[in-house]
Every structure is written in C-alpha cells, then in structure tokens.
Design a protein. Structure first.
Ligand code: ZN
Length: 286
C-alpha cells in the first residue's frame, strides 16, 4: 500500500498505457488504482473529482516487444507478436482448446510456466452471476479487472486445459460474460454466491463426475472459500454509458468520477484503458 500512496502526488505522465494496477482494499478502504504510462505511475484514488486529461500522441508501442506499430492487436500487441506469442493464441481465451499435447504450443516453455499451473474456477458478480477461470496467482487481479463486486473461488484444477473443460460445463447453466454497460452503471444487485455455488454444483453433479472419470478423480478439487466483496472508488455512476475511444478522438478529458474494472469513469463518458494498451498518452491532472 505504501508505494501506492507515495505516487499519488504525481499529476503528469507520458508514455505507452499499460493496464492499470488495481490493488484490493478492505471493508474500510476501496480498491486502489494506479495508472501506468510507460515507467510512470499515478495513483488515481487521490484524484477522484479532479479534472483529468489523456491525449493520445498517435504512437502505439507493442506491450510485449515495445516496437512501434500502426495498429494494435489483442489490446496492445504488434502484428508479429500477435501471430507468434502463446499469450495471444486463441486457446488462452478458450482454454479447453489447449493444444500443447499436440506439440503445437507456440511457446512450450511459456505454456509450462503459465498454463501448467494451478487454475481456479470462480463465480463472480460483475453485471450478474458469471463463471470464470484464471491462474490461481491472478486472484484477485482478475476479478478487479472485470469490475466484479463479489467473487467466490469454487474449484481448483491442475492446469488451464482442465479449467476450460470445467468452465465449459458451467457455461451450460451460467454465463461467462460481463455486460460492461451494466457493470459501469453500478446498479448490480448483490448475490448469495455460496448458495449459487451449491445450486450449480448440484445441477452439474453428473457432468462433473463424468469429467473426473475422464481426467482423474483428484484433478478437480472443491474449495471451501468465503466470498470476497470488492468496493470501487466511484463518486457517481453514469446514468447513460458513453464510450471514449482514442482511435476516434485523441483527447479524452473530464472530471474523474470513478474507477471500476479497467475503466475510467468521467462525467463526459467512460474509457476502457485495457483496450488501449500500448497507446502513448500524455496524462495531466488539474
Ligand atoms: Zn511486439
């Protein structure tokens, strides 16, 4: 926490955007946001209510290799990286299609370090109930990036492929998407996630048993976790959600009304900073 507060008085920066660092708060403290532009960092919670301006200079630098690119692919990669990195392969979005075992992983070493690690299947409430999967070490970051107000880990598996197989079962009975407009309007009703977990596990009892017979009885572990509540720093949610887009207008400015997921909420509209990874911006706070 201390390093977040020490950067809070910085009010200008220039560099390629990275996704914001989001640190969990607690019952008294909301989630803490740090905007990242190149090597520079600005703690944003301290600037709620202030005028914030971001101006895209026109340059885009790949978030992986740093080279200049005219267009960004998959939220910040240059085309060669997009076509060659394992982290940009379609199996990352659809883990059940992992093809490591076929010997066709784009980067087997990366796959071993990131995909062949414990993964968690969770329930979250971002714009209603959803199921999701992530590498265990990515919690709670994944939930914060999605703007979830509640989350509950329910199952643990040994690797990403298995998490995809489990998630595929859950997707028969629950969604896996966030309605970002609903998430940003802030009128998301709280859910009883342990009750939802019990309901879904009961509904999928036979399918999960069949999957365990296929991939191993020990492969899917049930977690006895307690739900996590996440509180975002928002002065006022937008009545109507209007999106800013650096590709259409290089200057995005207004009064900073809130932070949720990877979005800045201005009184003039919202912007998903993750979508513009690698876009060089000048940031100024007045
Ligand atoms: Zn690149």
């Amino acid at each position: 926490m201390s390093d977040l507060f020490s950067v809070a008085d910085v009010s200008a920066a220039r560099g390629p955007l990275r996704k914001m660092d989001i640190a969990p708060g607690d019952a008294q403290t909301p989630v803490q946001y740090t905007l990242r532009a190149g090597e520079q960092r600005i703690g944003l919670n301290a600037h709620l209510g202030a005028s914030l301006r971001l101006v895209h200079t026109g340059a885009i630098h790949c978030v992986h290799c740093g080279r200049a690119t005219r267009k960004s692919f998959a939220q910040g990669y240059c085309y060669p990286c997009f076509k060659s990195l394992a982290q940009c392969d379609t199996c990352i979005v659809k883990p059940e299609t992992c093809h490591y075992h076929a010997g066709t992983c784009r980067e087997p070493t990366w796959g071993e370090q990131h995909c062949f690690q414990p993964h968690v299947v969770y329930l979250a409430n971002s714009s209603g109930l959803k199921v999701g999967i992530t590498r265990k070490t990515q919690l709670p970051t994944r939930w914060l990036d999605q703007g979830a107000i509640q989350a509950l880990p329910i199952l643990e598996v040994d690797n990403r492929l298995q998490s995809g197989l489990v998630e595929t079962l859950f997707k028969q009975v629950v969604g896996d998407r966030t309605n970002w407009r609903a998430m940003l309007k802030g009128d998301v009703a709280p859910l009883d996630l342990p009750a939802e977990r019990d309901r879904l596990l009961a509904a999928l009892d036979q399918e999960l048993a069949a999957l365990k017979r296929r991939i191993g009885e020990q492969a899917i572990g049930t977690l006895a976790a307690t739900p996590v509540d996440l509180h975002y720093p928002v002065l006022e949610f937008p009545g109507k959600v209007v999106s800013h887009n650096f590709d259409k207008s290089p200057e995005v400015s207004g009064r900073l009304m809130g932070l949720k997921g990877q979005y800045l909420i201005f009184d003039t509209g919202v912007i998903n900073l993750r979508k513009f990874g690698g876009y060089e911006v000048e940031v100024a706070i007045e």
